[in-house]
Design a protein around this ligand. Structure first.
Ligand SMILES: [Fe+2]
Length: 467
């Protein structure tokens, strides 16, 4: 009589053990750190970080991004307010002192009752790798000088350090995030920005003055190192109620990317190589279904990635596929259904997304077994799958996402509702050190960290490795 319950019990134990090894049953960690609840407030227009540089028609909002597919070109962009002035950049390498010129172009745009300044874009090409360059924009008395360092040549064992920032905005918290990134003792050499830049669209009529203030606010970093741009929902600026029906209009005029260099037909999805990394930028807000331009591009793009040349395959997108906060829940689901099998097939190392204003890192998991008939809809451990990191915690005006689904899903390794940034520090073709830094700590403190093992060259389970 007693043997039946014990048999049932034994059976249950075995089932649980099988489940534990096949599916992940143990939830990850929800940080015990609870940030003091305070309102996220935008910095006022007269803040010093928004200051207009002195001098007639002085170039402002200077920013850089990579200008070609391999890192030998840079796009320099800036705005002049009074008259077009010059679109030429004068530049010279630290070693040669011979001054060269690159000629750019300018454009303007209108948005409801706002007219932009003169927005200049100039691509400097044929740069030497691993070289410091000085550059000057503006003319006569209002020239401004900056500098940048080109990346090392593309190759498999080239160390390189990326910063990660998302959903930055222009609040007092945004300013803290940027300062923490600047002050981090591990110096990011370029930023992978996962979308939602200025949040100008939170203002009446999408007050585009807030695009200008954002450009001046971020200049102190992005005039000196390239930021790799991803389009977020706050870049759409679709406002038919005020006659603005051209999606992405301010973003497209202000932030250029080298999409044609990777045979993309639109600036919202493209790729670059930088040092030992291959970075694919995708658009959550452009069509991605089968037969669409983005789908066809990605289908042709992934087989081109040569892991012997660029071991690290990194994908950026705005809306996360895996997110256990009660915000934007499953907004990324349809794109996941379309592309996740490819990410597993091509062994993407890591996917960075934003959109949710908090931090989360997943285990290596996939959810590609599902179809309507079999009902297999639970993410499972998968050593060919990427780690998914949500880093939409730049600090914008909309505030923190601090409401999480409970219990923490098994696939979620670490989550915390704090503002911050991260560093992805590639050491060689097998190892990269990743760390996340919350704004409320000292500059060097790591609130979360992980050694990444490259999925192509060293596909060992990191969760079982000693850290
Ligand atoms: Fe967003």
């Amino acid at each position: 009589m007693n043997s039946l319950p014990s048999l049932v019990l034994a059976f249950l134990v075995i089932v649980l053990q099988v489940l534990d090894s096949a599916v992940i049953c143990n939830g990850g960690k929800t940080s015990t750190y609870v940030r003091k609840v305070e309102k996220t407030v935008d910095m006022p227009l007269d803040s010093d970080v928004f200051g207009v540089p002195p001098g007639y028609n002085a170039p402002q909002q200077v920013h850089l991004t990579q200008g070609d597919h391999v890192g030998k070109a840079v796009i320099v962009s800036w705005v002049t307010e009074d008259e077009p002035g010059s679109s030429t950049v004068v530049y010279w390498s630290e070693n040669s002192k011979e001054k060269k010129k690159a000629k750019g172009k300018f454009n303007i745009y209108r948005f409801f009752n706002y007219t932009s300044g003169f927005i200049h874009h100039c691509t400097i090409r044929n740069l030497e790798y691993n070289t410091k360059y000085y550059y000057v924009v503006g003319v006569d008395h209002t020239m401004r000088k900056f500098w940048f360092t080109t990346p090392p040549g593309v190759g498999p064992n080239v160390p390189y350090t990326f910063g990660l920032i998302g959903d930055l905005g222009q609040s007092f918290d945004s300013n803290r995030t940027l300062t923490h990134y600047e002050q981090n003792p591990v110096k990011g050499e370029a930023v992978l920005f996962v979308g939602d830049l200025s949040y100008a669209d939170n203002y009446p009529n999408h007050d585009n003055v807030r695009w200008d203030t954002w450009g001046r606010f971020t200049e102190r970093v992005v005039a000196y190192q390239p930021w790799i741009w991803t389009a977020g929902n706050h870049e759409i600026d679709f406002a038919p109620e005020i006659g603005e029906t051209e999606p992405f209009k301010p973003y497209m005029h202000r932030y250029h990317v080298p999409y044609q260099a990777s045979n993309s037909t639109a600036p919202f999805w493209y790729s670059i190589k930088r040092a030992s990394a291959y970075i694919i930028v995708l658009s959550s807000y452009s069509a991605y279904g089968k037969y669409t331009p983005q789908y066809k591009w990605l289908e042709e793009e992934l087989p081109k990635v040569n892991r012997s040349e660029t071991p690290w395959l990194i994908v950026l997108m705005h809306s996360p596929w895996y997110n256990s906060y009660n915000y934007h829940y499953m907004e990324g689901e349809t794109m996941r259904v379309m592309y996740e099998p490819w990410f597993v097939q091509y062994k993407v190392d890591v996917v960075f997304a934003g959109h949710v204003h908090a931090y989360e890192r997943t285990e290596r998991i996939s959810n590609i077994a599902y179809n309507i008939v079999n009902g297999l809809c639970t993410p499972v451990k998968d050593q060919s799958a990427p780690v998914y990191i949500t880093i939409g915690d730049g600090g914008n005006i909309e505030g923190l996402a601090n409401n999480m689904t409970e219990p923490q899903p098994a696939y979620s390794a670490y989550r915390e509702a704090s503002f911050g940034h991260a560093i992805f520090d590639i050491k060689n073709k097998t190892h990269a050190y990743y760390s996340w830094h919350r704004n409320h700590d000292g500059y060097a403190v790591e609130a979360d960290s992980m050694w990444f093992f490259n999925r192509y060259w060293h596909p060992v389970d990191e969760s079982s490795a000693s850290q």
